[in-house]
Design a protein around this ligand. Structure first.
Ligand code: SF4
Ligand code: SF4
Length: 367
């Protein structure tokens, strides 16, 4: 673990302030990246101070990376806060509320089994679909919906591995348990090596797998992985496709926008094959805003996280978008919850539902 050197933050005029979903969701600038770095800095100098404790700031972060993106000095505030979580974990000082970030794997396994029953496939597939904990929490119908859509886009020999991992381990990293995270990643690779490929539902899992493979020094035969959003958007590349009549604001998610594929815009959207118009976000490209769900923040401060999602939708609405398309099903689920009492805000659709609608429109079915 590298020790965070907070002295490299020059405490500039707070360029990072408006980037942070924890501020956007609370209106409280005392949780700005600047303020959190300041707390870490003084705790490094005076560990026994009776002021704000490390645990009060370490979990106020989605690790979205936007503060680093906007900072003229590239300060890795999210990384520092996550390193602080690791320290808290090793010192057994993780607050009980943070432990809720780790899902109940037995109950997720039950959902995975129910999903397999819905799909009704008994033979072992060559390609496995990995829903991950975020999608399993949405229920077996959601998982079955993805497998059905994958079949419709031509990936027929795809199924579930009911004895395989239910979570990539990312929530353990969110808590600060790096060993718990890396051991689950290792299990994930060992189990899925037997398949020809793995379709990964959530960008959050793809990011965790990427981070862990960079950190791992051991050579192993990794299973070939495919990101679900890429598989689906590629299937919609035909210019002859009927258009869905929406002005869409694209939410790539902070995982894709800054950590996985910063420069990619799905061709089916950039070329206008599927929708009337893609509306530029207020903050777009690498500076796309976080919806508030990542990094365990939904479990740590649910109300704040939902409000951050609401602010993101308000901004999308101000650009004239009537629909927000999320490439991450988990972000879409979070935004939908945030929209529960705000039906004036744009409709939310995830990439699976979007593909389904585009395929239906293409075959002349009603939208
Ligand atoms: S993290 Fe960067 S943008 Fe934020 S206060 Fe420090 S130097 Fe300024
Ligand atoms: S990484 Fe994101 S959530 Fe964390 S301090 Fe920076 S802007 Fe805020």
């Amino acid at each position: 673990m590298t020790h965070h050197d907070t002295t490299t933050c020059v405490f500039c005029p707070d360029l990072c302030l408006y980037s942070c979903p924890t501020v956007r969701g609370s209106g409280n600038s005392s949780s700005s990246p600047f303020a959190k770095v300041s707390v870490l800095h003084w705790l490094n100098r005076f560990p026994d101070s009776s002021g704000t404790k490390a645990e009060d700031v370490a979990y106020l972060c989605t690790n979205c990376g936007l503060c680093t993106e906007v900072c003229l000095h590239d300060q890795p505030v999210g990384q520092w806060l996550f390193e602080k979580r690791q320290e808290l974990f090793s010192e057994r000082k993780v607050p009980a509320q943070a432990l809720r970030m780790c899902p109940d794997e037995d109950s997720l396994r039950q959902t995975l089994v129910e999903s397999a029953e819905l799909i009704n496939s008994s033979k072992t597939p060559s390609i496995v679909f990995f829903p991950g904990c975020d999608m399993l929490k949405q229920g077996p119908e959601k998982v079955a919906q993805v497998v059905e859509v994958l079949d419709r886009v031509g990936i027929h020999d795809v199924g579930l591995d009911v004895d395989g991992p239910v979570c990539c381990g990312a929530p353990w990293r969110d808590v600060g348990d790096e060993a718990g995270f890396l051991s689950r990643i290792a299990t994930w690779h060992r189990r899925f090596e037997r398949f020809e490929g793995v379709v990964v539902a959530e960008p959050r899992c793809s990011r965790a797998l990427k981070d862990a493979s960079v950190e791992s020094s051991r050579k192993r035969r990794y299973p070939q992985t495919f990101q679900l959003w890429k598989v689906l958007t590629r299937s919609l590349r035909s210019p002859s496709r009927k258009k869905i009549p929406h002005v869409v604001s694209l939410h790539k998610s902070c995982h894709i926008a800054r950590h996985l594929e910063p420069h990619i815009m799905p061709e089916c959207l950039s070329e206008g094959f599927v929708i009337e118009r893609t509306q530029e976000n207020v903050f777009s490209g690498r500076q796309e805003q976080c919806c508030g769900h990542a990094g365990g923040f939904s479990e740590w401060a649910e109300e704040n996280a939902l409000r951050a999602g609401e602010v993101l939708m308000e901004e999308a609405s101000s650009t004239g978008a009537d629909q927000i398309l999320s490439l991450a099903p988990a972000c879409a689920h979070h935004l939908r919850r945030a929209r529960a009492n705000r039906t004036d805000l744009p409709d939310i659709i995830d990439i699976v539902e979007f593909t389904q609608k585009a395929l239906d429109a293409g075959t002349g079915k009603q939208e």
